[in-house]
Design a protein around this ligand. Structure first.
Ligand SMILES: [Zn+2]
Length: 300
């Protein structure tokens, strides 16, 4: 007779095993992980511009100050169950919280579907998380915090040593200067540096140009530093695509705002928000867009 631990699976255990081994459990786990990280990003969005600690104390209701219990702090679900109100004082809780959580969850799942369970995927998930914080913080307060920008620049440069060179600009330069190309980590790091310099340089020129033309600041140094971080992740070509996409988005939305509201002209557009949205588009659609562009050049 077999010992107990060798008894065949009960239907329930066999079912659980099937679910675990099926293809859908990993994306679901990635989604849940993204929701939890999104909850942390909400804390970053609220506290980093106020220069408060992102670790302590525990979250509390901004109106009545009551600490939020763990069972009321479940991403998306708690907000839905409580009807978007504080359990204690019934003050309305912004829909930004579940929206940021859901957005982060979906972005993480998209990273998994495009890049699989790889180091690349981790890099792009961190990139997406950084962009969520910058995009929403700029939209709310017109601030792109240094802490986030410099964190992004550091992480982007660090990851470049461990991930494949994507851009090709460093290889292009190396082929002209050296008989044989340098090792991959060097190419990848140079790509990251080129992206950071191009992104921040381009934004600095635009900011400086605007200041000289209009005599007032139209764009802060926050955008310049943000594009150094974005550039370190994306490399030269995708960074230029990001600025192009952000300018197009900003122009279209700016024109719509001026058309529909009287104060549209005085409304300070959150350019960091457009840069963040542009960078997310480039993250997922940059490679096919570049291939399409290069095929156009090849025809001539
Ligand atoms: Zn309350």
């Amino acid at each position: 007779m077999l010992p107990d631990c060798f008894t065949p699976d009960t239907p329930a255990v066999a079912g659980a095993r099937r679910v675990w081994q099926s293809q859908s459990v990993i994306p679901l786990a990635v989604l849940l992980f993204g929701l939890v990280i999104g909850s942390f990003l909400n804390v970053c969005i609220l506290r980093i511009p106020a220069e408060k600690s992102i670790i302590l104390p525990a979250s509390s209701c901004p109106k009545c100050g009551k600490v939020i219990a763990p069972y009321d702090n479940i991403p998306v679900l708690s907000w839905l169950i409580l009807g978007g109100k504080c359990r204690n004082c019934k003050t309305k809780i912004s829909a930004m919280y579940p929206a940021v959580e859901l957005l982060t969850g979906l972005l993480f799942m998209a990273c998994y579907f495009v890049f699989g369970l790889t180091l690349e995927s981790l890099k792009w998930a961190i990139f997406a998380a950084m962009l969520v914080v910058l995009t929403i913080t700029d939209l709310r307060e017109r601030i792109l915090p240094d802490a986030v920008n410099f964190f992004g620049l550091g992480v982007g440069l660090l990851f470049s040593f461990f991930t494949k060179p994507l851009d090709g600009s460093a290889l292009w330069i190396a082929n002209r200067w050296f008989d044989f190309p340098p090792p991959q980590p060097v190419l990848s790091f140079v790509d990251a540096i080129l992206g950071a310099v191009a992104g921040s340089g381009l934004l600095w020129v635009v900011a400086e140009g605007y200041f000289r033309l209009r005599g007032r600041e139209g764009m802060g140094l926050g955008d310049v530093k943000m594009m150094a971080a974005v550039g370190a992740f994306l490399g030269l070509k995708r960074t230029l695509m990001t600025v192009l996409a952000a300018s197009l988005l900003g122009s279209v939305i700016g024109i719509v705002l001026i058309a529909v509201s009287k104060k549209g002209r005085d409304y300070e557009l959150p350019f960091g928000t457009f840069l963040g949205a542009g960078a997310l588009l480039v993250l997922f659609f940059g490679t096919p867009a570049l291939q399409w562009y290069q095929s156009l050049l090849a025809v001539k």
